[in-house]
Write a protein that binds this ligand. Structure first.
Ligand code: PHE
Length: 345
């Protein structure tokens, strides 16, 4: 082969290879060009190299030099293409940028603590500062803890099946269950007073927050399930002035500003004397619950000596406190699970 012819085909191969590598925009295109031009088995460079032997002997050194030049050009084009293809990470499938930072993100919706739970935590915190420990009691109760030990006799209207959620027990419907076996959803947290005093000698100073159940039709101020905060302080010499102070300090802490407390005479079987506690807030008297000095019969029922210790108890409505503080007008809003309402807290 003439030297000229050999050099011409080298030149044309180098040009073709440079073009192929320059146009390679994906790993696949790059690999195809690599195999075509510099592949170890059937690459075109390999083929042309074989033809070197057919060039006349005296022209061979010059032909070898040209061959090396062409190799170097092709290698340079290959290297450049390799860098470009690797750094773009491009494949034939992805053309645009992998991430578009101008697109709107996906907002995460975080839940919130329910307003009643928030209120309960707040009440615990205030009463904790006044030295009241937090205890819990069961929601399914027996008649001893819900009534008898609380000085509520068998014939008392508060025990009426129409005013309580009695449960069927051991396959018997509620009406066939006798008083000892009867179980009901507690109608008040005063049950916890009994449980705490049965389990601990005096002094006790506790609060208990939880659900209570009464078969009231739901309206703006009633719901068949609601929460109470029960308070109990039994110790030598505890008197009604302390009850009033504790409730006033509590109301002032919870509602803010100085709150006036009013006691109206009332009746509960388990306290004597008994009162309804009202708070004067924003020029309005608001009823918050019942209270009184623990009846000696209750102290006797749990084995305390009413000659040695006295004390007071109170039971406040948690929903009512929460609603007053936040301006909620309908108790049912608290239990509708409407996120538009709940997200405001
Ligand atoms: N348990 C009473 C009620 O549910 C409230 C109360 C508690 C009254 C403690 C006096 C003492 O209405």
């Amino acid at each position: 082969m003439e030297l000229q012819e050999f050099v011409a085909s080298l030149e044309s191969l180098a040009l073709q290879a440079e073009k192929a590598f320059d146009n390679a925009n994906s790993a696949e295109e790059f690999e195809a060009a690599r195999v075509q031009f510099v592949g170890a088995r059937s690459g075109q460079m390999k083929a042309i190299q074989k033809e070197l032997g057919s060039v006349q002997a005296e022209s061979r050194p010059e032909a070898g030099k040209k061959l090396n030049e062409a190799k170097n050009r092709i290698q340079a084009a290959l290297d450049a293409a390799q860098v470009r293809v690797d750094s773009s990470g491009a494949s034939t499938k992805v053309t645009g940028p992998l991430l578009d930072p101008t697109l709107p993100g996906t907002r995460r919706h975080l839940g919130r603590v329910h307003p009643i739970t928030q209120t309960i935590e707040h009440l615990k915190e205030i009463m904790g500062r006044l030295g009241f420990a937090v205890v819990e009691g069961p929601e399914v109760e027996d008649t001893w803890h819900n009534f008898i030990a609380l000085n509520i006799p068998e014939d008392h209207p508060a025990r009426d099946p129409l005013d309580n959620f009695y449960l069927s027990v051991a396959g018997k419907t509620a009406v066939d269950v006798n008083a000892d076996e009867a179980r009901l959803l507690r109608s008040q947290t005063s049950t916890v007073q009994i449980r705490v005093m049965e389990a601990n000698p005096p002094p006790v100073r506790i609060i208990s927050l939880g659900r209570v159940y009464r078969p009231d039709p739901a309206d703006a101020t009633h719901f068949p399930m609601f929460h109470q905060m029960e308070g109990l302080w039994i110790e030598r010499g505890v008197n009604m002035a302390q009850l009033k102070s504790v409730l006033r300090m509590f109301a002032t802490s919870y509602l803010g500003g100085d709150v006036t407390i009013r006691f109206r005479p009332s009746f509960f079987p388990f306290t004597e004397p008994s009162v309804e506690a009202d708070f004067l807030w924003n020029d309005q008297w608001i009823e918050f619950g019942g209270a009184g000095m623990v009846d000696p019969n209750v102290l006797k029922a749990v084995g305390y000596d009413p000659e040695q210790v006295t004390g007071f108890a109170f039971g406040l409505g948690v929903e009512r406190l929460c609603m007053r503080r936040h301006g909620v007008l309908d108790i049912r809003d608290l239990y509708r699970n409407d996120l538009r309402f709940l997200h405001q807290f």
